[in-house]
Ligand binder design. Structure first.
Ligand code: PGA
Length: 256
């Protein structure tokens, strides 16, 4: 019922030339693949070139951040219409590296999600607890607060376009992911909360898992009924690794 989505978060990696090499290899490996949606999220400096290189491709283009205003005196920020202009269809919002490393608040995330939707971008809203929050038994409270704020300004008509990524902070970038069972439990919880907020539209929201997803670990998540794909960091920088993650997600969904 839900088409799985695999998004590559390139973070602050790859110069333009390297980005183009990667996207060329990804097109060869993944173009035309049906039954799974694929999105790459290069750094801002590579968006326009990668966007051109993706012309005619089934691979979508996403940004890693967006400001809530459509334009204005916000030095260093990028507006949603600017992202649309270079071909973006998606944008990551509220990644933990921005929340915890750069002071992004729930209130900012709330405005960013609304702005993305208002300008026709699909927001990939990231939520996730830190290790300290998990150990203090606060996982559900933290996730409920992040999700609640993130979707606070989303109207019922836009709800189905949302993508939510569960990314436990303690599992990001260290090669040790959450278990499939825990990702499935949390994804189900997020969907239940979305259902309380949006009703039936919540059933079509994709909930991804992110945090140390690699070709070796993806199988565990791809097999979970509540998990609709992955947000991939490190492994998305290598064409073959990312392509095999995409194929694993597709294979698990196609299998009975
Ligand atoms: P990782 O990053 O796959 O390198 O753990 C995931 C993310 O931060 O989105």
């Amino acid at each position: 019922m839900r088409t799985p989505l695999v998004a590559g978060n390139w973070k602050m990696h790859l110069r333009v030339r390297e980005a183009l090499d990667l996207v060329g290899a990804l097109r060869q490996a993944l173009d035309g693949l049906a039954g799974v949606e694929v999105v790459v999220c290069p750094p801002f400096t590579a968006l326009a070139d990668v966007g051109r290189a993706l012309a005619g491709s089934t691979i979508g283009l996403g940004a890693q951040n967006v400001h809530w205003a459509p334009q204005g005196p916000f030095t260093g920020e990028i507006a949603a219409p600017m992202l649309r202009e270079v071909g973006c269809t998606h944008v990551i919002v509220g990644h933990s590296e921005r929340r915890h490393g750069l002071g992004e608040t729930d209130a900012m995330v709330q405005r960013k999600v609304a702005a993305a939707l208002a300008h026709g971008l699909v927001p990939i809203l990231c939520v996730g607890e830190t290790l300290a929050e998990r150990e203090a038994g606060r996982t559900e409270d933290v996730l409920a607060a992040q999700l609640g704020a993130g979707v606070a300004d989303v109207g019922a008509a836009d709800a189905a376009r949302l993508v939510v990524a569960y990314e436990p902070v303690w599992a990001i970038g260290i090669g040790r992911p959450a278990t499939g069972a825990e990702a499935n439990r949390v994804a189900g919880l997020l969907r239940t909360w979305l259902g309380e907020r949006f009703g039936a539209a919540a059933a079509t929201v994709r909930v991804l898992y992110g945090g140390s997803v690699t070709p070796e670990t993806v199988g565990e998540f791809a097999a979970q009924p509540q998990v609709d794909g992955a947000l991939v960091g490190g492994a998305s920088l290598q064409a073959e690794a990312f392509a095999s993650i995409v194929r694993a997600v597709l294979g698990a969904r196609v299998a009975p």
